[in-house]
Design a protein around this ligand. Structure first.
Ligand SMILES: C=CC1=C(C)c2cc3[nH]c(cc4nc(cc5[nH]c(cc1n2)c(C)c5CCC(=O)O)C(CCC(=O)O)=C4C)c(C)c3C=C
Ligand SMILES: [Fe+2]
Ligand SMILES: [Fe+2]
Length: 330
């Protein structure tokens, strides 16, 4: 059977226009894998508490990082798809979990080429309900509704895959300044509750040994630290982007950054391995907002190292995984 690859990332608003941002946030936050309350409560919270004001602030944040060609997350994901396509003999399509290009349009593209076997790669190294399981659920739903004779194989995570660890460590090493006090691994946070629920959801999608998102983040960090040959005290993990009043997994990046200078940690480097492409969370929150916070708290030097993005070495890894899957007997 003809084979193809489907890359899926989170997605961005279509523009920095407040209405487009509102539309994006509505789709994102109405996902029960993101806001996991009963539908009516979720609808009330989203429409009455979040959507009246947040889109204005979010649009301003997007405005600061938007590129001429569009949202960095979309532009980078398209570059990854194009570069990977050049390396593979089988078609590669790109879909976004929220907004456009949709997962359905990407699947249609592959289907129209006669493809009936698809390797789905959610572009999240670590799985949890709001990242990978949301993508897996949505992709299965679209397949079941519109493409019944399409077979899907999922690459559910790569947080501990030696190829990924090696390419990430090398990428960091090439950009690491000669001297620094701490290398901070800041991952996207999730509510503590999700870390328990996601294990049950993950078991439904796969038979493998499911871990919590927090544990996966610590594992990625430890593997990269060892690959870099850094002592334990040079590295720290934290979690960013809290939303709402529930407890999220700790330590919180903003708290850590505020405390660092008083502890003598004044020269830091920050990486964000929950993302393979730069996006609002890295370019605005980490590279702008957190730098300001750290400097105001007494920090002296702050450097953010960009994600893997469309680097040749990362494309080579994606090509290796895709070819490995494509070479398997049906
Ligand atoms: C309950 C809220 C959220 C959870 C849980 C969550 C988990 C989560 N998100 C990502 C990746 C990205 N999130 C991005 C933006 C973003 N995230 C939330 C909320 C939750 N995320 C919101 C409301 C937003 C939009 C911006 C804002 O208004 O703050 C992005 C950036 C998108 C872009 O266009 O650049 C990414 C990427 C992961 C991996 C994750 C769970 C691990
Ligand atoms: Fe998020
Ligand atoms: Fe954020």
């Amino acid at each position: 059977m003809k084979k193809g690859v489907l890359l899926i990332n989170l997605g961005s608003p279509d523009s920095t226009n407040v209405e487009d941002v509102r539309k994006y946030l509505r789709e994102f936050l109405m996902d029960p894998m993101v806001l996991d309350t009963p539908w009516l409560v979720r609808k009330a919270v989203v429409e009455l508490a979040i959507l009246p004001k947040r889109p204005v602030a979010s649009a301003e944040a997007y405005e600061k990082i938007w590129w001429e060609e569009g949202s960095p997350l979309i532009v980078i994901s398209k570059r990854v798809q194009e570069k990977l396509q050049k390396k593979l003999d089988i078609p590669v399509a790109l879909g976004m979990r929220y907004q456009s290009p949709s997962i359905q349009s990407a699947m249609q593209e592959l289907y129209d080429k006669g493809i009936r076997e698809v390797l789905v790669i959610p572009l999240y190294p670590q799985y949890t309900m709001s990242s990978t399981w949301s993508v897996v659920g949505k992709t299965k739903e679209v397949q079941n509704k519109h493409f019944k004779d399409l077979n899907l194989t999922f690459l559910n995570s790569f947080y501990d895959r030696p190829d990924y660890i090696k390419v990430l460590a090398e990428h960091i090493k090439n950009q690491l300044p000669e001297s620094f006090d701490k290398l901070l691994f800041s991952y996207h946070g999730i509510p503590e509750r999700h870390d328990r629920k996601a294990v049950e959801i993950g078991k439904k999608h796969t038979n493998s040994n499911i871990k919590t998102y927090r544990d996966q983040c610590y594992e990625t960090t430890e593997l990269v630290r060892k690959e870099l040959g850094l002592p334990e005290e040079k590295v720290m993990v934290s979690f960013q982007s809290r939303l709402g009043k529930d407890p999220w997994i700790k330590p919180y990046t903003d708290f850590v950054l505020k405390d660092f200078p008083a502890e003598g940690v004044k020269n830091i480097v920050v990486v964000a391995p929950a993302f393979v492409s730069d996006c609002l969370e890295t370019l605005e929150e980490i590279a702008m907002g957190y730098e300001e916070l750290f400097m105001e708290s007494g920090g002296e030097k702050y450097e953010y190292l960009p994600c893997l993005n469309e680097s040749d070495e990362w494309i080579d890894v994606l090509a290796k995984w895709s070819n490995g899957w494509a070479a398997k007997e049906d």
